[in-house]
Design a protein around this ligand. Structure first.
Ligand SMILES: [Zn+2]
Length: 429
């Protein structure tokens, strides 16, 4: 009897071992970019078990029965992270946000399925999604991806914009006697306590981060990007309340004083940071605040101006700010401020975020710094360095590959040939 049990146990152990081997993937990387220390390693083997990286090194033994993926002629990098997207706003390129009112929430979120897929296929395995016109569409999109119902990047979402009434994150431009459905103005708040209430609601609704609008915006009617909106007290309330739920805050800010108020309030990142001055740069450096500067999307805004899809007031806002934004990006890089990679995807078409790398290099970053902004720095901003942003033991198995050397030609990141997320291959050539 005992012998039989022992035999049974041995057999079971054998089957489990086989199952473990069957799950193992070995990726052969000709070159592996390691943003965590700014180096490139040659001829690496990456062993993956399930959705995690088990081991990385040169000459690692490949277990018998493992699935081998041969990328020995390619350069492998960690999956890219875009820290400023709006994936759940539906079809790209409809210009005026007021067109959102022509669709139901379910139409908009189903249109967004494509946005998620092309983002992943372009090499971005994770996004921080920082606001949505219809509250909680982003939560629905994230959850559908996590269930495996649809294909997309790992999403960390804001749930809604927290904004003043009529402010940068509000749906504006309709007649004053039109009453909006709840989801178009869910995040409106006009005092520190109202801000706290919205943070509490969003934390309960499943938000992963909190987005506040500290100043006016470029792509909102009646909003002036050069003016402050939330006060320092309101921003402090957002950061303090979010911290009770373990959430970090990102602040949209173009205007100089609004940027500094956001940094003083303790936000994790300032989005756009368009008109940051020397004092703001020094403050960001001192406080360790990330700047998430979307310096590419000016190209798309002016392009949409030419083909008539964007309203004239949006174009006027943008023309005045575009070049200043890029020069301030250069200053911040030179000063050694923490910089993350964020594109405002949705302003440019989904799946084209990789085009920003070349602009980050043109305006002062080394190619390695630009890659770090979208990997290790982005993971740090998310508070997920132990899980994301590098190809190291214990991290999620998120890998991309390009043909050639992206440190010589950063534009290769616009044409990613291989994408793996969570140990699953979504694109190969
Ligand atoms: Zn945005």
């Amino acid at each position: 009897m005992m012998k039989r049990v022992a035999k049974c146990v041995a057999l079971l152990a054998f089957f489990f071992a086989q199952a473990a081997i069957a799950q193992t993937i070995a990726v052969k990387a000709g070159r592996l970019v390691r943003p965590e220390n700014g180096t490139v390693a040659k001829d690496q083997v990456i062993l993956i078990n399930g959705n995690k990286i088990q081991a990385v090194g040169a000459g690692l033994a490949i277990p018998a029965g493992a699935t081998v993926i041969d990328l020995s002629s390619m350069t492998v990098l960690p999956g890219l992270i875009d820290c400023h997207t709006h994936l759940a706003d539906g079809k790209f390129g409809e210009g005026d946000p007021i067109f959102q009112l022509k669709k139901s929430a379910s139409q908009t979120v189903l249109e967004s399925v494509r946005n998620a897929r092309v983002t992943l296929e372009s090499g971005f395995t994770t996004v921080r999604d920082v606001g949505v016109y219809r509250a909680l569409n982003d939560v629905a999109l994230r959850d559908a991806i996590n269930r495996g119902d649809i294909v997309g990047p790992r999403m960390f979402v804001a749930g809604a914009y927290i904004t003043i009434t009529g402010g940068a994150g509000a749906m504006t431009g309709m007649a004053p006697d039109i009453t909006l459905p709840w989801d178009f103005h869910y995040g409106e708040a006009n005092s520190p306590w109202e801000v706290r209430q919205k943070v509490r609601l969003l934390a309960h609704d499943g938000a992963d981060n909190i987005k506040v609008l500290a100043t006016g915006a470029v792509l909102t009617h009646g909003s002036n990007p050069k003016s402050q909106e939330f006060t320092l007290e309101e921003l402090q309330a957002a950061v303090d309340e979010a911290s009770h739920f373990g959430l970090r805050v990102e602040a949209h800010a173009h205007a100089t004083e609004g940027i500094k108020n956001a940094i003083r309030a303790g936000v994790a990142s300032v989005e756009h940071a368009t008109l940051i001055d020397d004092e703001g740069i020094a403050l960001a450096k001192q406080r360790g605040t990330y700047l998430d500067m979307d310096i590419y999307d000016e190209e798309c805004i002016q392009e949409q101006g030419k083909n008539g899809t964007l309203p004239a007031d949006f174009l006027q806002h943008d023309r005045e700010l575009g070049e200043l934004h890029r020069q301030n990006f250069r200053k911040a890089v030179q000063a050694g401020v923490k910089m993350s990679f964020g594109t405002d995807a949705g302003v440019c078409d989904y799946g084209t975020a990789g085009r920003q790398f070349a602009f980050m290099v043109k305006y002062g970053m080394t190619p390695m710094q630009a890659i770090q902004a979208a990997t290790t720095s982005a993971a740090d901003l998310l508070g997920k360095s132990a899980e994301l942003g590098s190809v190291q033991e214990g991290r999620f198995a998120d890998l991309i590959a390009v043909e050639g050397d992206p440190l010589q030609d950063i534009r290769l990141l616009e044409n990613v040939k291989f994408v793996m997320k969570d140990g699953v291959v979504y694109k190969q050539r």
